[in-house]
Design a protein. Structure first.
Lengths: 215, 864, 199
């Protein structure tokens, strides 16, 4: 079953009275086990695409299917449920609730999907020492890995990541990408938005987004 | 896990939680106190009104009525405490022979009182001279007969005689001798001059063949009555009707209790209206302050919400989680507020708040917390999809709020003005109590005036503030001290809507507080005038009207008395009506008697008195009298006054003007004339009232040695306060005003400090960055001070305006609550000044503190 | 010598970030500061700038405080001022003539490629643009000792390199000592000098 299928995505925004095309006819298919990197200059529409793929936003044209189920054009409640079950999101900023410990963050995320968190997840990401700490006290690398732990907590079919390595060092980046490859479900897919050529090179496939279109 | 989410959110952010809880608590405490005030005042008025009544019912048996049946029916009345049989007969007169000769009175009443009547109805009898048990003479009668204890009095008609053992006063003679069953609205007739009280066994013998009126004086239990005076009055009336029906025409009932309670219903209404007009904006304000506090959380809440959405929380779940956090705030606030309302209500109202109101307020507080914290959630959930990246910059409002865009401020103020103009044409009658109709109705339309004025005024303040802050300031040519005036102005300009919001909250708080202060000061002012009117002056020495012996003015010329005026208090027949006549020295009476232009409608009181002084046979009459007899100024009028023989003689007068109030005048209809003319026309020059002006009433009253039958009264005596005409006991209104004024000032200062704090907290990152650029603390603080100045300035100005408008409308609208109506409102300058100072100080202190806190550069603020 | 670090130790909570650090910075040095995140790069920059006191040791600076500029990770612009006004702040707080300050600010903005965004408010700028405004803000005042914390953090590759290029060129021209903390090895490679914080 194809983890992620996006067909003919269009998205327009109103800006200063005129309609601006953020995405124009973008189609993506991820095979099981594939990692895809989306590169492009700022303002090209990468974040918009990610929002559509994650069901946070509805396209003006086209649709998105995740794990065989339609994700686009759903009621907010249905989209939320599908998101919780199938999609993990790794954001650039912490993506963690400040008032919960790392462990509680993972548990809470799993709970939203109705699952129990994998007890080994934190160990596998080298976060045992800081499991009981609050996000504010974590270093940049620890924050990134904690974010990954939360994203993986629900064993998602699709993992979407927005510039995950922007604020960490090269060594940490290697750690993170390695963990990604190791811990992601084997028949799932990973979509990475990045401006780093190195990260793009790590991925199985690269697509380039320029002015809302796939180049 | 959800529980842990909620609890962690509350526990990890203690300051936010506390601030939100406190904000809710303030709303809860205010609501609980206000609600308790409303219900308590009602019951307080009921209690006071029912306590004022000497005897609750006077059940008069008709000729065919059966005493036993009546007594049986009465014992079945709910709340029945007891009844005493009081019969009386009208006899041709009384005769007494003594050392001075034989004296005879005119028609008299012989009243049979049971032995324990004095303890049954203590307010009806006041013993003056006691020598054993037995017959008693009323004070005036004893004077007329020159009799005292030990004298023998013979009753004309029966010829029987009785020995007098007591001399008493019947302070409530009006109601004692009321014509039971007379239609409502028929004028009260004067109580009899001559009364002989005898034991029941002697009545038959003394009355002879005179017709005997049989009455049962009834007492009811007051504690079981409904709290609200109107409801209590209706309940009592119901019982009366039931009794009358069950006796099938065997009795008529004089219902003193309902009458007194009905009088209180007006006051209960007024107090409720006051709460409505002043309390509601106060509550709205408290809610606004709560919202401001919760806004502190807004940014974080939006972030949390975006994150929840990201993780796949359904809108319901997200709302539930955030709602649960709000609920915790609400519960904490409700608990805090309920606890706080106890000492607050005790301090302000003198009584703890009622449990029912605490519960109501707690629920309301919870709802406020939920509403305030969830409304933005609802908006966000329905609105634009939050991006995967979350905003870090504080969102400044870019449009005027909806009410302003719709021009609601102008609409509301115009509507208020229109209502104002319409109702002022009909006089400011808000509460209408038509004569004889036991129903008070509220002219709610008239209330729309102030009710629309304050929200309209508040919105206008918002608009004007935002407008005023739009001024663009160009950069100066040079700025060597780095004062950055143009940059600070730019910041204020961009934040003008936020500042306007805060200034409006402050203006509202101040305005409501100031209006309440002016209103209560005016009320106090008029209450003092009212008491002075009832007593007569600061100190008054009185003997009964028409008393032959009179008073010697020298009695009142004691140290401390600044002026003494003599008033001849007579009884005069105006047509068939017996009215009080006060003969004064028109030129000098103002020295001791309280006078206001309101007492002489259509002209100033000084003009009227001047006219009286220059017209020897001039007389001032009441509006009713003028109307009834179709009299106009200049018309002749003939009054009948007692002359030296004791008979009534016709004395001609000329109408000079109208008078509605005068010192000691108990009824609305009375006459004022010149003392010299009356003395000359009747041959009696005795003075029955001495009015004394002094700055130390109690001391001067103490120094006066008046004759035995004279009463010395002063405005500080408790008796005077109870007798005051306005039913709202000083305690009630004082409580409400303390409550509102206390909360008002508190809310105003909190609003000022909070808004500035919220702004400063949001600015922390940019101000830190400024520090990193080398900006001195003074320069960084300068940004805070600019905002502070704008907010405080607009808030104070706006508050003064709203306060003035609201106070003016309130005083005019609730005119009926003042007795007598004020000539001009009283402005408590000391309070106004201290409120202004308090608010300014709070704002300045908050800014100063925030500036100091921002002095240190906190490195952790530099991390993301 | 612009600054001398002598035996400086810094802690964060219970962790010791670095211990007994000693080195010197000469005038005109262009340094990168690399290390894993959490290794204390920000802290070291703050200590160098004199904004944070080390747990032990001392830093001796041979320039007045007004000539030291620290650019934090978060841009923290004044939200109510335009980009140009923000950029002119460093000069304005020093009492510079408003017109001169504004002109310098515009120059600085142009140098970081934001000549079209003079009158934009921060809310209208992307995070990357805000960061560039923050840089311009500091450059306009022509500091002698400039410390920048991850200035290219959220910028894409091209812009990031452009910005660093501007920084290097401007500082070289002014003779400003520059220390830039970064985790990006490619960027670090462009600097003549390199400081590395081991864990």
């Amino acid at each position: 079953m194809t983890p992620l299928v996006a067909r003919g995505l269009h998205r327009f925004y109103r800006r200063a009275g005129a309609e601006v095309g953020a995405l124009l006819d973008v189609s993506l298919i991820c095979e099981p086990g594939e990692t895809l990197a989306v590169t492009g200059p700022s303002g090209a529409g990468k974040s918009t695409l990610l929002g559509l793929l994650g069901g946070l936003d509805d396209p003006d044209g086209g649709d998105v299917h995740v794990a065989g189920e339609r994700l686009s054009h759903r009621t907010p409640a249905e989209a939320a449920r599908l998101r919780a079950r199938y999609v993990g999101m790794l954001t650039q900023t912490s993506g963690l609730f400040g008032h919960l410990t790392v462990r509680d963050n993972v548990r809470f995320a799993a709970g939203l999907a109705g699952r129990r968190a994998d007890p080994d997840l934190l160990d596998q990401l080298g976060l045992t020492a800081v499991a009981g700490a609050h996000p504010r006290t974590l270093s940049g690398g620890e924050t990134a890995r904690a974010g990954l732990a939360v994203a993986l907590a629900t064993r998602p079919v699709v993992l979407l990541a927005d510039e995950p390595t922007a604020e960490i060092s090269r060594a940490e980046e290697a750690d993170l990408l390695g963990a990604l490859r190791e811990l992601c479900p084997p028949d799932g897919a990973v979509v990475l938005v990045t401006h780093s050529e190195r990260v793009a090179a790590w991925a199985d496939r690269v697509v380039h987004l320029v002015d809302g279109r796939l180049a | 896990m959800n529980v842990r989410y909620v609890l962690s959110a509350v526990v990890r952010r203690p300051l936010e939680t506390l601030a939100a809880a406190v904000a809710v608590a303030v709303t809860v405490a205010l609501l609980a106190s206000l609600g308790s005030f409303v219900s308590r005042t009602g019951s307080r008025l009921t209690v006071a009104a029912s306590a004022r009544v000497p005897v609750d019912w006077q059940v008069q048996l008709t000729p065919s009525g059966d005493l036993t049946a009546a007594q049986r029916a009465l014992s079945a009345v709910p709340g029945f405490v007891g009844a005493r049989e009081v019969d009386y007969a009208r006899v041709p007169g009384l005769v007494s022979t003594g050392p001075g000769g034989t004296r005879t009175t005119g028609a008299a009443y012989v009243v049979a009182l049971p032995a324990d009547y004095a303890s049954f109805a203590p307010d009806e009898l006041r013993s003056l001279l006691v020598d054993g048990a037995g017959a008693a003479l009323q004070q005036q009668t004893a004077a007329n007969l020159s009799a005292t204890t030990g004298s023998t009095v013979r009753v004309l008609g029966s010829g029987a005689a009785v020995v007098v053992h007591q001399v008493v006063d019947l302070p409530k003679a009006d109601s004692f001798f009321q014509v039971v069953g007379a239609p409502a609205g028929s004028g009260a007739s004067a109580p009899p001059d001559n009364v002989l009280l005898v034991p029941p066994a002697d009545l038959h013998r003394l009355a002879g063949s005179a017709a005997v009126v049989r009455q049962l004086h009834v007492r009811l239990a007051h504690d079981q009555l409904p709290h609200d005076p109107a409801q209590a009055a209706d309940e009592v009336t119901r019982r009366v009707n039931h009794l009358v029906v069950s006796l099938a025409g065997g009795a008529l009932v004089g219902d003193n209790l309902s009458a007194s309670l009905s009088g209180a219903r007006e006051d209960a209404l007024y107090s409720r209206l006051l709460v409505l007009l002043l309390g509601v904006p106060g509550l709205v304000l408290a809610a606004i302050v709560a919202a401001l506090v919760v806004a502190l959380r807004n940014q974080r809440q939006r972030r949390d919400l975006a994150l929840l959405r990201l993780r796949g929380a359904t809108p319901t779940r997200a709302a539930a989680l955030l709602g649960a956090v709000a609920a915790v705030d609400g519960v904490l606030g409700a608990v805090l507020g309920s606890a706080a309302s106890w000492p607050v209500a005790r301090l302000a109202l003198g009584q703890p708040p009622s449990g029912a109101w605490i519960a109501t307020a707690a629920v309301a507080g919870l709802l406020v917390a939920l509403l305030v914290e969830l409304v933005p959630v609802a908006r966000l959930l329905r609105g634009e999809a939050p991006s995967v990246r979350v905003e870090a910059i504080e969102q400044l409002p870019t449009r005027d709020p909806l009410p302003l865009r719709l021009g609601l401020d102008v609409v509301l103020l115009a509507a208020s003005g229109l209502v104002w103009w319409l109702t002022s044409r009909n006089g400011y009658q808000v509460v209408v109590v038509p004569e004889g109709v036991p129903v008070a109705s509220v002219n709610y339309a008239a209330l729309l005036g102030p009710a629309l004025a304050w929200p309209g005024g508040a919105l206008l303040v918002w608009r004007l503030t935002a407008l005023a802050l739009r001024r663009h300031r160009r950069a100066p040519r040079q700025d060597p001290y780095g004062r950055l005036p143009d940059l600070r102005n730019a910041v204020v300009r961009h934040r003008r809507r936020v500042i306007a919001r805060g200034a409006t909250a402050l203006a509202l708080a101040l305005g409501v507080t100031l209006a309440a202060a002016v209103f209560t000061a005016t009320y106090d002012q008029q209450a003092r005038v009212d008491v002075a009117l009832t007593v007569g002056s600061d100190v008054a020495v009185t003997v009964p009207a028409d008393s032959a012996t009179g008073l010697d003015p020298a009695v009142a010329r004691v140290p401390g008395a600044t002026a003494v005026e003599q008033v001849s208090h007579r009884l005069a027949y105006v047509g068939p009506d017996l009215q009080d006549l006060y003969a004064v020295d028109a030129r000098t009476i103002g020295r001791a008697a309280p006078l206001q232009d309101a007492f002489t409608p259509g002209s100033s009181v000084s003009t009227v008195l001047r006219k009286l002084a220059t017209t020897p046979d001039g007389a001032l009459l009441s509006q009713e009298t003028l109307h009834d007899y179709q009299l106009r100024p200049g018309d002749p009028v003939r009054l009948r006054l007692r002359d030296t023989t004791g008979a009534y003689r016709t004395v001609p007068f000329h109408v000079v003007g109208v008078v509605t109030e005068f010192a000691t005048a108990p009824r609305d209809s009375f006459v004022i004339a010149n003392r010299s003319y009356v003395a000359q026309a009747t041959g009696r020059s005795a003075v029955q009232t001495l009015l004394v002006r002094t700055s130390s009433p109690a001391a001067v009253a103490h120094r006066i040695h008046a004759p035995a039958d004279a009463t010395v009264d002063n405005i500080t005596s408790a008796h005077a306060n109870v007798a005051s005409a306005s039913g709202l006991a000083a305690g009630s209104l004082a409580g409400l005003s303390r409550l509102l004024l206390g909360f008002g000032v508190f809310l105003a200062t909190v609003a000022a400090a909070l808004v500035l704090a919220v702004g400063a907290v949001a600015r922390r990152p940019s101000l830190t960055a400024l520090a990193l650029l080398g900006a001195a603390p003074r320069q960084r603080a300068g940004f805070l001070w600019s905002e502070s100045r704008a907010l405080l300035g607009a808030g104070l100005l706006g508050g003064a305006s709203i306060g003035t408008l609201l106070a003016y409308e309130l005083v005019k609208d609730l005119n009926g609550i003042f007795d007598p109506p004020p000539q001009h409102p009283a402005i408590p300058w000391a309070f106004v000044l201290s409120a202004v100072v308090a608010v300014t100080a709070a704002g300045a202190a908050a800014t100063w503190t925030l500036a100091r806190l921002g002095r240190r550069i906190d490195p952790s603020a530099l991390r993301d | 010598m612009i600054a001398e670090v002598k035996g400086v130790t810094a802690r964060f909570g219970s962790r010791t970030l670095f211990e007994g650090l000693s080195f010197g910075l000469a005038e005109g040095d262009l340094c990168s500061l690399v290390g894993r995140s959490g290794s204390g790069k920000t802290t070291l920059l703050l200590v160098l700038a004199g904004l944070l006191q080390p747990a032990s040791g001392q830093v001796v600076r041979h320039v007045p405080d007004t000539a030291v500029a620290y650019v934090p990770q978060a841009p923290s612009l004044v939200p109510e001022l335009t980009a140009a006004q923000n950029a002119s702040l460093a000069l304005r707080v020093r009492g510079e003539d408003p017109a001169v300050a504004l002109a310098e600010a515009r120059n600085a903005l142009s140098s970081v490629g934001l000549e079209d965004a003079w009158d934009a408010l921060p809310a209208q700028l992307s995070r990357g643009m805000q960061q560039r405004v923050a840089l311009a803000r500091v450059l306009a005042a022509k500091p002698r000792f400039l410390l920048a914390d991850e200035p290219t953090g959220t910028l894409d590759q091209d812009t990031g390199h452009h910005v660093v290029g501007v920084l290097l060129a401007t500082c070289a021209a002014l003779g400003t000592t520059l220390v830039v903390a970064t985790h990006d090895e490619d960027l670090a490679a462009r600097f003549p000098k390199r400081l590395e914080l081991a864990a």
